[in-house]
Ligand binder design. Structure first.
Ligand code: PMP
Length: 383
């Protein structure tokens, strides 16, 4: 098999920083290097850039600028939301509801809270990875302080009925947090429509830089301060801002959300062609995740009796960058918590292949993967 250029199909893990974003960021490393906290012109310029980015993030998610707090990424935003609400509302209650297939940035803080005496309900999901909103209703008690369910899953791409879940949480006077890290730029995200009191996002998932994200906190929501120190981020997340990163986040979200209708439709068509092509060409293959309530860029398939890591190594040797199981699981040979929660049958449970498409992928990329993948799976099945 011929070796060719890299076909990057791991956009759920991270995305290349767009050229327009790099260009927007560059001056803030050099001539516009001021600290936004200082008072002179150079500093005011940096402050204005941060506030402009805040406005762009707010506009992209339907919030107000003063409800957007910059963080170091999705992990910090999720940690802040979960631990911050738990700390602020400790006297009111000690119960949190989340799902079994959240990202570890939510699950691990929940586990840490359990060690401190909080109670956490991990809602099951159906075979497609969907949370039943009725199960949220059943789980709420008078001690519940937070419901946290992700907008879309990073592994299998399943989109959750968050608007309904948010409504149920509010009917019971409970705060609702959603991890929208994979949703931004994929489909419209609106904090009011979703009923989100807290929403996490991360720049490197939509053409922005790594190490930059935001937490939306609805006005009046009680959340403990994340970082003590200076007055940055209304004194709730202190520390000199990552000005170039924030500028990059602002530019990236503006571009990603602006281009979404066209780019998502194109990417979804490519996704559907790939899913059909893989299922048609390779016997004993299972599509993971929801068939329709699904991120436009997500292809996740399990091949009976084939182990995920071996597929990745062979694909890598053919210039294809993809992912298996839970990209964020440390012991990667363990079945992913997401696939396990979906009840994947044991003969499929050794890992899956996740191909996540992005704006840079072409029809040629899809055809190349469809051409080489059947041979890769056949080789592994014969071993
Ligand atoms: N939540 C989800 C759903 C994610 O996919 C990721 C990234 N894998 C994160 C949170 C963490 O984001 P970050 O890499 O910015 O810390």
């Amino acid at each position: 098999m011929e070796q060719r250029r890299t076909v990057y199909m791991d956009h759920a893990a991270t995305t290349p920083v767009r050229q327009e974003v790099v260009e927007a960021m560059l001056p803030y490393f050099s001539e516009r290097f001021g600290n936004p906290s200082s008072l002179y012109a150079l500093a005011r310029e940096a402050k204005e850039a941060v506030e402009e980015a805040r406005g762009r993030v707010a506009a992209a998610i339907g919030g107000r600028p003063e409800e957007v707090f910059f963080t170091s990424g999705g992990t910090e935003s999720d940690n802040w939301a979960v631990k911050g609400v738990a700390a602020a509302l400790r006297k009111r209650g000690d119960h949190i509801i989340t799902s079994a297939i959240e990202h570890h940035a939510v699950l691990h803080p929940c586990e840490a809270l359990e060690k401190q005496g909080y109670r956490v309900t991990y809602l099951p999901v159906d075979e497609f990875g969907r949370v039943d909103p009725g199960a949220v209703e059943d789980a709420v008690t008078d001690r519940t302080i937070l419901v946290s369910v992700m907008a879309a899953n990073n592994e299998i791409g399943t989109v959750q009925p968050v608007a309904e879940i948010g409504r149920i949480a509010h009917d019971h006077g409970v705060l609702f947090h959603t991890d929208a890290v994979q949703a931004i730029g994929a489909y419209p995200v609106d904090v009011d429509g979703m009923g989100a009191d807290l929403l996490a996002l991360s720049a490197h998932k939509f053409g922005g830089p790594k190490g930059t994200g935001a937490l939306y906190i609805r006005r009046g929501t009680r959340v403990a301060t994340f970082m003590d120190g200076g007055a940055q981020e209304q004194g709730r997340r202190a520390g000199t801002e990552n000005v170039p990163g924030i500028v990059g986040l602002g530019r990236a979200i503006e571009l990603a959300v602006g281009e979404m209708p066209r780019s998502s439709a194109r990417i979804a068509a490519m996704r559907d062609r790939m899913i059909r092509g893989i299922l048609d060409a390779i016997p004993d293959t299972r599509l993971n995740g929801h068939p329709t309530e699904r991120l436009p860029n997500n292809v996740n398939v399990a091949f009976r009796y084939v182990e995920g890591e071996s597929i990745l190594l062979l694909l890598d040797s053919l210039g294809i960058a993809a992912s298996t199981g839970s990209a964020c699981t440390s012991a990667s040979l363990e079945p992913s918590h997401v696939l396990t929660a979906c009840g994947l049958p044991p003969e499929h449970a050794h890992g899956s292949l996740r191909l996540t498409l992005g704006p840079g992928n072409t029809g040629d990329d899809a055809e190349y993967v469809l051409t080489v993948l059947p041979g890769v799976i056949e080789r592994l099945r014969q071993m």
